[in-house]
Design a protein. Sequence first.
Length: 563
Amino acid sequence: MKKLRFGLLAAASGIAILSFSFKEDLFLVSKNLDIFATLYKEININYVDETNAPALMKTGIDAMLDSLDPYTEYVPESEIEDYKLKYVSTQYGGIGASTVFIDGKLYVNEVSEGYPAFKSEVKPGDQLLKINGIEVKGKERAEISQLLRGPKGTAVDLIFNREGKEIAKKLIREEIKQPNVSYSGMVGDGVGYIKLDKFLENSGQEVKDALVAIQKENPKGIILDLRNNGGGILQEAVKIVNLFVDKDQLVVTQKGKNVEKTIAYKTLQAPYAANLPVVVLVNGNSASASEIVAGSLQDLDRAVVIGQRSYGKGLVQQTFNLPYNSLVKVTVAKYYTPSGRCIQKLDYAHKNADGRATQFADSTVTMYQTKAGRNVYSGNGVYPDVVVDAMRLSPITINMINKSLFFNYANQYKKNKPTLSSAKTFQITDAEYAAFTNSLADKDLTYQSRTERLLSDLRAEAERENKSAEVKTDLENLKYKLTSAKKTDLEHHKSEIKRVLETQIVSRYFYEKGRIEQSFQYDKELVAAKSLFNNQPQILAILKGDGNYKVIGKPGKAVASID
């Protein structure tokens, strides 16, 4: 009886403490809202210059949310449609063309096959002058999008400049669908391939549809490409995992401070392809829902993950409606893969003196085990079972992309050569590459290499330490050598520059599908995956954790590679 009374007393005490804490929190919230509302009113009434009340409020809200993490954000009514297109839906009313600013002028960058811009023969390189009589000069990107988009069936009048001539076109807007799966099919050697770009509405069904079509070809394996996929809807990720694993398997658990946000997501149906070998491709831009799929299939020993370490976003967001048709997207939980690990890379709860989130230290990394007993680790993303070094662009290539030099040459190439026979095998010749480099003679190729940046830092450090005179000659000699070396960059980085140029050119003829197909011939991760499917014993060794495959991504451990 005493124990019972003690238990009731303890429970009552706990309730009292929680009640007090809750009341104290409410008081602090109410107090600070009072202060903020009064401050906001006094600023708008008494500040010496005119203030923009909505802009001032948004600045205050954004600053408050910036102190949390990059994913918690306020969305005013004016930005709701853009928000939905980015995070929820893949459909909007428009013309099916993207644009790019070059030297302050707005050009058509790409057109989507089958949509109004394509049907009306709008071409990449066309300079857009007016939309419904409104000049685009001086307009912001958001304003341009708002003018081009509109309800399905409505007209939009466009004025273009094409090679010095003004062209008028009237386009009827259609429902533009940006598929989650941008490409699927067989890629040789009896291997199927699905490229999933995002996890928005219907992505699970799109992957299933692609898988159904590929299964008719009796593939020896399937590649799910999640590279550069920034994620999206968590539930869609669960549906995609369910295509490959049995019913009632834990896929992901989200855990938040609010117990109502702690939810375990399991597979709900029988799998569609329970025994088909699977490879998942990831890179440093694979995030969120991509990491749920890759991490879960890895933890369940259902797929081999190939590529580079993923981004490391283990946070879950939820939207809440606010007054006047606005909303706020709030990070409400962290997610955990079936082994129990959280792959969140940055610690937003403990920022440094500059207010920046830092990466979790190796000492805080915890080991977990997959279903078959392989060792995996928390923090810093999903580490691949097989690492393939990433292709990195050189400073000269990045400089040329930023200055749209590939864009302009591709437009001229299409004008001079109206047709191409194939996207899959397209490569420019050495003569065509020479013609491209010759076209750059009057272009500004000025850029700063990584070595030059380091040299600049070294010079500044020498000045701070009053040693400039002592090292001046050496620094000048090094600068001269670097300048001379840059003159050969067009030849030294020829292979990567050709790849980027070919991508631009082939898209003029075969659009997004052709661009993807043409890239396969240079795709190291794709080659690694196809090689693996031709070596079934190695797939089994990886998934069982034999030898070097027992430990995946331990800090300081040597990485595994394909023989």
